[in-house]
Design a protein around this ligand. Structure first.
Ligand SMILES: [Zn+2]
Ligand SMILES: [Zn+2]
Length: 342
């Protein structure tokens, strides 16, 4: 039977309409395996073409004598500019701000053909270290209100640039969507006296049915009211409001969890396009007890259509419990810590 479920943070309702879909396997596209070359001469992110990007903001390893593993460069086609100041203007009801901001590209690997699932855990850890380093540096700029780190992989996820990369956009304002989540979390904290994310994770670990994997420091799960099939959240078990609070040991563990989840999606769902994003507290809310950062992974298996646009309600055709079971059962190598309850 179909069911409506409410998201615990946003309070948005999701229709879980499994009659329309069937089993998780039915969403697996039978696309032909695409052969991606490891090097493309014209690609600005491939080794040897470093001069085609703006100068590096960060490089791993730091020593330029060694070949780079990860590079961070300003986006050549940046959405916002560091060349202006975030001056506010108000005229009648027209509010605007000069387009100040920072737009980085994180080039994740020299290998053009790799995707997160194909990187080593040690390499994913370096990508995460680059995220944290840029996040921390920008969060300290008083003109920056919020830092969003995200990855678009594939045309259905919003990019046609094949070389593995992610992006960071630092904005002078906090979006209404982020602000509403913070306010809901604060309300819960005031009412109940605990972080709603810690509360949710605790309940999910007790019930187990939506857990995909758990390690010493992280848990990956399908939300009870997941808006899209196989959309997976990764939460730190320790309460932390900001991604910037992650420790060196936790970065290594997160790399293992993120790579394992991406590998399960790559193998089990036949390499779909995907987005992931790090949802973290704005700079002004670092250290608060009511918000908890996490990683949201969304394989692009379905499309948003008229009902979603018109109602703001999503229809998910895969039962989150079935998606969790499916992902638990996808075997990938080096799946340390995989399996519910391990
Ligand atoms: Zn390339
Ligand atoms: Zn928490």
């Amino acid at each position: 039977m179909p069911e409506l479920r409410q998201n615990f943070v946003t309070k948005e309702w999701v229709i879980i309409a499994t009659e329309r879909a069937k089993r998780p396997e039915d969403l697996v596209a039978h696309r032909e395996a695409k052969v991606v070359p490891t090097f493309v001469e014209s690609c600005p992110f491939c080794p040897g073409n470093e001069a085609k990007t703006p100068p590096e903001a960060l490089r791993i390893p730091v020593d330029a004598k060694d070949p780079w593993q990860v590079r961070v460069v300003p986006n050549k086609f940046a959405a916002l500019s560091r060349e202006v100041q975030p001056v506010r203007h108000l005229q009648h009801l027209r509010r605007r701000i000069e387009g100040f901001g920072v737009h980085d590209v994180i080039i994740e690997t020299p290998d053009h053909s790799h995707t997160t699932a194909l990187l080593s855990e040690a390499h994913v850890a370096n990508v995460l270290r680059a995220y944290k380093s840029r996040h921390d540096a920008l969060s300290h700029d008083p003109r920056i209100a919020h830092v969003t780190i995200f990855k678009n992989h594939g045309v259905d996820a919003g990019t046609s640039l094949e070389h593995p990369h992610s992006q960071l956009i630092a904005t002078p304002v906090i979006s209404t969507q982020v602000r509403q989540r913070l306010q809901e979390a604060l309300r819960h904290y005031d009412d109940v006296g605990e972080c709603m994310f810690c509360h949710m994770v605790h309940g999910e670990l007790e019930e187990q049915t939506r857990i995909v994997l758990k390690t010493e420091h992280f848990v990956a799960l399908e939300l009870f009211a997941s808006a899209a099939p196989f959309s997976t959240h990764i939460y730190p078990l320790r309460h932390m409001a900001s991604f910037g609070d992650i420790s060196a040991v936790e970065i290594v563990d997160l790399a293992r969890v993120l790579r394992t989840i991406m590998a399960k999606i790559y193998v089990g769902l036949n390499n779909p396009d995907f987005n992931y994003t790090i949802r973290t507290a704005p700079s002004e809310s670092v250290g608060v007890k009511y918000f908890h950062w996490y990683v949201s992974v969304i394989p692009r298996l379905t499309r948003v259509a008229g009902f979603e646009l018109g109602s703001g309600m999503f229809i998910n055709t895969v039962l989150p419990e079935a998606a969790a079971e499916f992902l638990r059962n996808v075997k990938v190598e080096s799946a340390a810590g995989a399996g519910a309850g391990s």
